[in-house]
Design a protein around this ligand. Structure first.
Ligand SMILES: Nc1ncnc2c1ncn2[C@@H]1O[C@H](COP(=O)(O)OP(=O)(O)OP(=O)(O)O)[C@@H](O)[C@H]1O
Ligand SMILES: [Mg+2]
Length: 1050
């Protein structure tokens, strides 16, 4: 009825937050790849209006374990009921910083998208996770949190916050989740969690708001359901000691509050290990041991309360029959046992200004007890949330730049066989969220088109505001009526409430009761029920318990007792001011209504993303795709409308200035700046980009782009352009820096060069000046060189001197025989002579110093020879290089007799000679020996003649080169037989020796032509010397001895 004739036909378009770069190409290619497994975005469905096609696509993907699909930016998730291994760190990395459409749909893509929007646009985000119980909302929110914990930048301090954020889950789940028929880990409270990020994008804090805990579960569970996990965890996992202190037994069956659902064990739950995890989590969050103990005191006191037994006394008043529980309770709650007992069995009534204690009957007493249990548990849960908030609080006030991402994991739309106050609240909450969805996206979208003057195809959708109003409207709404019944004096009951509803809202199109219904509907309804036609479906609510639950009454005396508690947590939960406050506290429904209103405000202020969770079957089975169930969810999640709108409207819109600013680089006319009007600039730009008319519309202040692919193409172009711009900028900058560097280098080089050239030039000029000065002085000096030393010539003269000395230094004779000597300038003639002598002396001296005694002896002899024969005898020069020997005959060559005849005289020299006798000048071989004082001529062993040096008058030789010589002896000496004519092959040496031994140097005569010598008895002989070619000694015809002298002898 509702869907066929919507009460208000509004027209809307779905906004798409396409502010992030999107990869169009990827999407195109993904299209073909996903034929087999359906499309990854419902927007790409051919037949987008067909629900069957929609569900078929979901099924195809579900069969391939592809549980995520988009409707544009909305993520649809189907609970796989099995581990898919798609939540690894690698997967997180794959989605990190990647364009939304580049990778297959994933909860991480949605998380990353929100994160990046928050970072780039500095706008708070929220992710709204919706779906029915068991559809995977809580799991999704945990995945998102894990994604941020792993991928966001972190410091040590942030690590603590991350740990606490993550660890808040097990704690809240232990106290706020329970096994229901639909979900083994069903969240029995609504949760909105803000994650705060600092300006660097690191998670630095968090804040949790909880909504309407299902407190009734503490005292009652439907068949097959359990109480909150923490009770079982404590009993199964608590240490022996702890249990003893708490007075608990390790058996849940012993506790009345745990046996109502008859379901103590659940195969998918391990209470013992969960306990360990919760204990650890409490520590991480910052609970002290004492706090944990106090918390457990409260939990166990609830169990003890449940086990309290009442008996009736005679008057029907209730009394407590066993005092074990009271004993424990008084200790655990820190209150007096008697006061507690009285409070549990009586009610304080104020009548006529007097306080009266009125006893309760058993039924009333049990109700009071249950109310206390619920109040204690409910308030402790709120305290727990506050405590966690304290530990997550971002304390750094200086940093105002933090942004938040909100995660809303709130109970989904619920329909049971028997629906009570809780379902009413929960479903009302879902109406509000749907309303928000419409507000945020659909209606505002329509208004925007209107404001921008864009025409559009009308799309019909159902606006559920009418249902919200039905529930929440002031005075006329169901909640107001309920409150009224609760507060009104007199005998108000659930039934009177129902009647009041019929009276007040009976005509409302979304409200039916048994009485008001047509016959067909009446069959499906109880008399105590009213039916609301929710946007998501019809639900019958049984009014039983509505008033009580709405009142949420706790007798005043029980409150007073709790205010006296010594348990530190309870003192925070039960405030004394509450007792004195005369104002009646808001009813549960009103509280819920205002907390929802606040939540709407929070969500409105943020940019939303949606995760729509779908539950594939009711049996929690993997791989089962229950089409009826899914169709129902698709319907009430509004997914088809979502898609229709998405396809009908414009996918993207941006204010002209923002659009132009972003894409202006893609058109030469708009780059780098557009000077004209903005719309014209945008128009020019999109025309340049080749947008077809049907692809976009120009609004008053915004451009609207119909298809994502148009935008993707533009984004792609921008991405490419960015690259080239960046390259250009880089190149430009690199060029600039290089150029500046080069120019600096060049300037420096030029400066150094110039400086160096200057130095060189100055040096050269100086040298030239010096040279010309020198030359000038030189020339002047040359001109004046013959004058006395005067300023004009002193340089020149000095130079000449210097040059001479330097020349001398270089060319001085190296040995005594080298007689060369540089010619001195006139001024140095004398000095030169001195120098020459000194040089010679020096050389001689050096030479002499090196002379050995033997050589000295030799030289002495040579000197003598030189004095005797130099320039006088022809064969002297040949004798010079030949060394004189000490003797020409050694001992063996001389006859021993001759030696004997010498006696003591020592022989100094011996040489073979030829003697020419006086008669006929016959040649006779002899030996000439020199001793200390005489010359001895020996023939074999005979001493032929002995001439004492003293008796030797002289020695004659020719000037030619023959070896003939004459020893002149006095003719008076009879012993002598006249002068002796001898010939020696070593005449120079022989005569030198004779001269030295006999000191006869002055007595050597060198004769030209001939020698006259004395023969015996006064006769004279002549020797004639002639030069010739061959030595010849013979008696000439004239009786002379003729000697033909050659060059050979010496
Ligand atoms: N992505 C997933 N992968 C594997 N199993 C999942 C996934 N999501 C959910 N489940 C399974 O489904 C169960 C129910 O999920 P979850 O508790 O998140 O539901 P819910 O929507 O929060 O329900 P409720 O409204 O009751 O709190 C989980 O305990 C888990 O076993
Ligand atoms: Mg949940």
């Amino acid at each position: 009825r509702r869907f066929s004739s919507p009460p208000s036909k509004l027209v809307f378009f779905r906004a798409l937050s396409l502010t992030k770069p999107l990869g169009g190409g990827m999407m195109e290619s993904a299209l073909t790849a996903r034929d087999r497994v359906g499309v990854q975005d419902f927007v790409l469905l051919e037949n987008y209006t067909s629900e069957a096609a929609f569900i078929e696509n979901l099924r195809k993907r579900f069969k391939e374990n592809l549980i995520y699909t988009y409707i544009s930016s909305v993520l649809v998730s189907v609970n796989p009921y099995k581990d898919l291994e798609i939540y690894t760190k690698n997967h997180m990395e794959r989605y990190r910083g990647v364009n939304f459409y580049e990778v297959s749909p994933h909860i991480y893509a949605t998380s990353d998208n929100s994160y990046r929007s928050m970072r780039t646009e500095r706008r708070d985000q929220c992710i709204l996770i919706s779906g029915e119980s068991g559809a995977g909302k809580t799991e999704a929110s945990k995945k998102i949190l894990q994604y941020y914990a792993v991928t966001c930048p972190a410091s040590d301090q942030v690590q603590t916050v991350k740990d606490r954020l993550l660890q808040s889950n097990p704690v809240l789940e232990a106290f706020g989740n329970a096994k229901t028929l639909r979900n083994d880990n069903s969240s029995r409270f609504g949760k909105y969690m803000d994650i705060q990020f600092d300006f660097k994008g690191a998670p630095v804090g968090g804040h949790i708001i909880n909504y309407l805990l299902e407190k009734s579960r503490v005292v009652h569970q439907n068949h097959g359901e359990r109480n909150f996990h923490i009770f079982y965890q404590l009993i199964e996992g608590g240490e022996e000691d702890l249990l003893r202190r708490l007075g608990l037994e390790r058996n849940p069956q012993h506790y009345q509050y745990l046996v109502k659902g008859n379901c103590p064990k659940v195969s998918s739950i391990n209470d013992r290990s969960d306990w360990k995890q919760v204990r650890k989590a409490l520590t991480v969050i910052g609970f002290s041991e004492d706090e944990v103990e106090e918390l457990m005191n409260i939990i166990s006191s609830v169990l003890h309360l449940g086990n309290m037994q009442y008996g009736g006394d005679d008057g029907g008043s209730a009394c407590i029959t066993s005092d074990t529980q009271i004993k424990y309770l008084s200790r655990l709650l820190g209150v007096s046992g008697t006061v507690l007992t009285e409070a549990l069995t009586h009610r304080k009534i104020i009548a006529k200004g007097e306080e009266l204690m009125s006893p309760l009957n058993i039924e009333q007493a049990s109700a009071a007890r249950d109310a206390l249990s619920k109040a204690v548990y409910g308030r402790t849960f709120t305290w727990l949330v506050n405590k966690i908030n304290g530990s997550l609080a971002y304390t750094d006030e200086s940093n105002k730049n933090s942004s938040v991402i909100g995660l809303l994991d709130i109970y989904g739309f619920e329909v049971f066989q028997y629906n009570s106050f809780e379902q009413f609240c929960i479903n009302y909450c879902n109406e509000k969220l749907q309303q928000l969805f419409i507000e945020l996206t659909l209606k505002s979208e329509q208004e925007e088109y209107e404001a921008e003057g864009i025409t559009w195809e009308p799309v019909q959708y159902f606006n559920n505001k009418i249902i919200c109003d039905l529930v929440e409207e002031k005075f006329k709404g169901i909640i107001s009526i309920l409150d009224e019944e609760c507060l009104r004096p007199g005998d108000a009951s659930d039934i009177t409430f129902l009647e009041k509803l019929e009276d007040t809202v009976g005509s409302h199109p979304h409200f039916v009761t048994h009485k008001l219904a047509d016959t067909k509907t009446r069959k499906l309804m109880g008399r105590e029920e009213f039916r609301l036609l929710h946007y998501a479906g019809d639900v019958n609510y049984n009014v039983n318990g509505f008033l009580d639950k709405n009142n949420d009454l706790l007798y005043r005396n029980l409150k007073e007792v709790m205010c006296m508690s010594e348990n530190k947590i309870l003192t925070q939960c039960f405030d004394r001011e509450e007792l004195t406050d005369k104002k009646r506290p808001d009813t549960a429904a009103t509280q819920f209504k205002s907390s929802l209103a606040k939540l709407m405000e929070i969500l409105m202020s943020k940019e939303p993303s949606y995760v729509r969770c779908i539950k594939p079957n009711d049996s929690k089975q993997a791989g089962r795709f229950d089409e009826v169930l899914i169709r129902h969810q698709v319907k009430y999640l509004g997914l088809m409308e979502n898609l229709r709108v998405r396809r009908a409207g414009f996918a993207y819109r941006r204010r002209y200035e923002i659009f132009l600013q972003r894409y202006k680089s893609l058109c030469p006319d708009t780059w780098p700046n557009w000077q004209g009007k903005l719309p014209e600039g945008v128009s020019t730009l999109v025309k340049h980009l080749g947008y077809k008319p049907e692809e976009y519309k120009m609004g008053r202040s915004k451009i609207f782009i119909r298809f994502p692919k148009t935008l993707f193409a533009t984004e792609d172009a921008l991405e490419t352009r960015k690259q080239s711009l960046a390259t250009k900028l880089q190149a430009g900058w690199k060029g600039y820096t290089q150029k500046t560097k080069y120019q600096k280098l060049r300037r420096s080089a030029i400066r150094i060069e110039a400086w160096w050239r200057g130095i060189l030039a100055r040096r050269r000029a100086q040298r030239r000046r010096k040279a010309s000065d020198t030359i000038r002085r030189f020339i002047r000096g040359f001109i004046y060189r013959h004058q006395e030393r005067c300023p004009q010539n002193e340089y020149f003269l000095d130079y000449v001197r210097y040059a001479f000395l330097m020349n001398l230094h270089r060319n001085a004779p190296k040995n005594v025989l080298d007689k060369s000597w540089p010619t001195p300038p006139p001024a140095l003639t004398e000095a030169s002579e001195h120098l020459r002598k000194m040089c010679m002396q020096n050389m001689v001296w050096t030479y002499c110093k090196k002379i050995s005694p033997e050589w000295k002896h030799q030289m002495e002899q040579k000197t003598v020879a030189s004095e005797l024969f130099k320039d006088k005898k022809d064969n002297y020069p040949q004798s010079v290089p030949k060394l004189f020997v000490s003797t020409r005959l050694n001992g063996e060559e001389i006859n021993p007799k001759a030696l004997q005849a010498l006696g003591t005289e020592k022989m100094k020299y011996a040489v073979p000679v030829t003697k020419y006798d006086r008669n006929g000048y016959r040649a006779r071989p002899r030996q000439l020996l020199l001793t200390g004082d005489s010359i001895v001529i020996v023939e074999e062993g005979k001493m032929k003649q002995r001439i004492e040096y003293g008796a030797l008058k002289g020695i004659s030789v020719s000037s030619l080169s023959d070896g003939v010589f004459v020893l002149h002896v006095p003719s008076t000496d009879n012993k002598q037989k006249g002068d002796v004519v001898l010939q020696s092959d070593h005449v120079i040496e022989t005569l030198t020796k004779v001269a030295i031994c006999g000191e006869k140097a002055d007595n050597v005569n060198i004769n030209q032509g001939s020698i006259t010598f004395a023969l015996s008895q006064g006769k004279e002989g002549v020797i004639d010397f002639t030069p010739g070619s061959e030595l010849l000694v013979a008696k000439a015809k004239n009786g002379h001895l003729a000697v033909v002298s050659t060059q050979t002898s010496g």
